[in-house]
Write a protein of this length. Structure first.
Length: 52
């Protein structure tokens, strides 16, 4: 259930970004990227950019 909710929410954000671009608004004025740290092997971490 939770994964489905996140997938639908992500689709809604993508649709909103698409419409924002279509009316020639600057997307970065309305949406920001999200950064997440993920664990790697041997105790390392890496920053991953997630665009909403």
């Amino acid at each position: 259930m939770k994964k489905e909710y996140i997938r639908v929410l992500f689709q809604k954000f993508e649709g909103a970004r698409y419409e924002c671009k279509n009316i020639e608004n600057v997307i970065s004025d309305h949406f920001v990227g999200v950064n997440k740290m993920i664990s790697l092997g041997k105790g390392g971490v890496k920053q991953v950019n997630i665009k909403l």
